[in-house]
Design a protein around this ligand. Sequence first.
Ligand code: FES
Length: 125
Amino acid sequence: MYSEKVMEHFANPRNVGEIPDADGVGEVGNPDCGDIMKIYIKVKDNIIEDIKFKTFGCGAAIATSSMVTEMAKGKSLEEALKLSNKQVAEALGGLPPIKMHCSNLAADALQAAVNNFRNNEQVIK
Ligand code: FES
């Protein structure tokens, strides 16, 4: 039911953890399944230099978190905001229809982290 890529990212998730001095943090949850995803970013010159995640969720949520962090690393904030759940799911070789909502969490958490960074920046300015 899961692609090999999903299983591989689930078994060896990339960029797991926290960034204590993160420039932006995004947290989203899905009220239906109760899963929670948190993404931390470090930003320099508009580029996501470092990114980590913590996910309390199903295998698909962990695999999509891992994939979204890999896809966002090194990208500009604008490019990161454009990453869609569909692109994340496609990069994983697809997700079963019942698990598509899990990839929403990943794209949403990334967007929340970027928006949080932008809000923080405004406060400092
Ligand atoms: Fe909820 Fe996967 S079952 S995120």
